[in-house]
Design a protein around this ligand. Structure first.
Ligand code: NAP
Ligand code: HSE
Length: 419
């Protein structure tokens, strides 16, 4: 039964060179969307990456909750120990919080498994420790989904701009608050807009983390880490969210002739790295004001390349799952490396060979075979040609006979016989 359901998750019957076993912790907004994408994209993944991803265990809190047809029920467990004991290559952590999440993360890395997480609270609290474990156990740790949803800011900071002289990373880093501010500027009430953001899956399980700025502060800490190498536990993020007066923030921004946005920033200065999250009034024609709904925008100020902007969906199941999927594919164990010290070699097996010549040259064939000591298993003639079938012999012996016949212009034809 379990295998049958795994097949559902794989969906495709496309050829794949390797199978990656994935254990998923959390099947809410993000984990559920990831499962759905793994199912929908399995065929494309097999084609493009040559891998098939088998979900082998799913950890949740409530086993009875209805999760839709794409979630195989017999893979679901509420037993943390059973989850940890599951044999797998990659662990995806999408439960949130820091208590159970850190147990899962530590265990995965200490077992040498790849860990992919969307959990910025975990990284802000334990990022340095987890990175150290990852290094010591040679286990990949990936967290693109933890900041700015589908916007690939972690990868850009880490891989694309290592020597660009980044001086600041700033922008809108919380989709829920941007959604709220957009809707409130359009006349919606705070309560109605928050209910919508929760319905769309943008908000954290505890939406207070979005509203009071802690969620964005965790992301600023992760960005400061990636941009400046300062471990998350070593930065202080001065944080002011939308609470307690979200309506007044919008009203004041309008009175000032601008638009309210919640902006997070990590900036290097002479003393170190300063980090903030706070409401900001921006001009109506600025890129931040143009950012609507749950979109995020990150500006990277660099010495070498001026300002680079990345924007896109910053929250929600699909946006976040797409970043998780990219990390999963990047972390998937590589195919076995080609063997070293393997060079060209002769075929050492013995084969049967058929050597034919025109019927008029039968004497030359018999004489050459005798001289070179090629044992004949059979000799046949069809009027046009005479054909000698050898006993199993080395390739070199058959080759020597053919060369001898060629020297006599006997036009030999050599076939290896596999029948
Ligand atoms: P969610 O909808 O509340 O889902 C959480 C999932 O984890 C649920 O399936 C829940 O089980 C399970 N879970 C929670 N605590 C657990 C525990 N102690 N043991 C076992 N299972 C547990 O949350 P989410 O929105 O998907 O967010 C998950 C993570 O992704 C968080 O770290 C969040 O910050 C991050 N993230 C979210 C978004 C977003 O747009 N939502 C975007 C980027 C990153 P039940 O289903 O049984 O309750
Ligand atoms: N609650 C978060 C947000 C999810 O609204 O930005 C994405 O990290």
């Amino acid at each position: 039964m379990q295998q049958a359901v795994q097949r559902q998750v794989r969906a495709a019957v496309e050829p794949a060179d390797r199978t990656i076993r994935l254990a998923l912790a959390g099947c809410g907004t993000v984990g559920g969307a990831l499962l759905e994408q793994l199912t929908r994209r399995s065929s494309a993944i097999a084609h493009r990456h040559g891998i098939r991803i088998d979900v082998v265990r799913i950890l949740v809190r409530d086993e009875r909750r209805d999760r839709g047809g794409h979630v195989p029920r017999d893979l679901v467990t509420t037993d943390l120990h059973e989850f940890l004991a599951t044999d797998c290559d990659i662990v995806v952590e999408a439960i949130g919080g820091t208590d159970t999440a850190v147990v899962i993360a530590r265990h995965a890395l200490m077992c040498g498994r790849a860990l992919v997480t969307a959990n910025k609270a975990l990284l802000a609290a334990r990022g340095a420790e987890l990175a150290d474990l990852a290094r010591r156990h040679d286990a990949p740790l990936s967290f693109e989904a933890s900041v700015a949803g589908a916007v690939p800011i972690v990868r850009v900071l880490r891989d694309a701009l290592p020597h660009a002289g980044v001086s600041a990373v700033r922008g809108v880093l919380n989709g829920t608050t941007n959604y709220l501010l957009t809707r409130m500027h359009a006349g919606a009430t705070f309560e109605a807009a928050l209910a919508e953001a929760q319905r769309f899956g943008y908000a954290e399980a505890d939406p207070a983390r979005d509203l009071d700025g802690r969620d964005a502060a965790d992301k600023v800490a992760v960005l400061a880490w990636q941009a400046f190498g300062v471990p998350p536990g070593r930065v202080h993020v001065e944080t002011r969210g939308l609470l307690p007066w979200p309506d007044r923030i919008v009203a004041d921004a309008v009175a000032l002739g601008g638009v309210a946005r919640s902006v997070g920033e990590a900036r290097r200065n002479a003393a170190g790295v300063s980090c903030t999250v706070e409401p900001v009034v921006v001009n109506g024609d600025s890129p931040l004001a143009g950012l609507v709904g749950a979109d995020n925008l990150v500006e990277i100020e660099t010495a070498a390349a001026a300002t680079i902007r990345l924007a896109g969906p910053g929250a929600g199941g699909d946006a976040t799952a797409s970043a998780l999927l990219a990390d999963i594919l990047a972390a998937a164990p590589s195919p076995p490396a080609p063997a070293r010290n393997v060079g060209p070699a002769a075929d050492t097996r013995r084969h049967r060979w058929s050597i034919s010549v025109p019927a008029a040259r039968r004497e030359e064939l018999a004489a050459a075979a005798h001289r070179i000591r090629v044992p004949a298993a059979d000799v046949t003639e069809d009027g046009l040609h005479v054909r000698l079938l050898t006993e199993p012999v080395d390739r070199s012996l058959a080759g020597a006979l053919v060369r001898a016949l060629e020297l006599q212009a006997c036009e030999p034809v050599l076939l290896r016989v596999e029948r």
